[in-house]
Design a protein around this ligand. Structure first.
Ligand SMILES: [Zn+2]
Length: 102
């Protein structure tokens, strides 16, 4: 699946070994415009990781220089608001995982 973030078309990919091999639920690469999510975790983890990597992408592209702890706190806060109020549903993105693994 591709998502537009700040005018850039990011490829969202999934890798069930990402955490085992790189110690991360998700990664963002501004150079290759790729967001990678470990899909061996429950859906809620994947959804929060996606929000986290969106903020990483915003941080990177706008040069905000946010500390990583700030990115963790922002993604955690936004995820909770979105989920508790049914504001977003990432099922379509997550569902795509089986067809778009690394
Ligand atoms: Zn991060």
């Amino acid at each position: 699946m591709k998502l537009k973030i700040l005018g850039h078309e990011y490829e969202i990919k999934f890798d069930p070994k990402l955490d085992k091999e790189h110690g991360a639920f998700g990664t963002h690469c501004g150079g290759t415009l790729t967001i990678l999510i470990d899909n061996s975790f429950p859906q809620s983890h994947q959804e929060e990781s996606l929000i986290h990597e969106f903020i990483e992408a915003i941080n990177f592209n706008l040069g905000l220089k946010l500390e990583h702890q700030q990115i963790i706190a922002l993604s955690s806060g936004l995820f909770q608001i979105f989920k508790d109020n049914n504001l977003i549903n990432f099922k379509e993105v997550i569902k795509d995982a089986t067809q778009n693994s690394r």
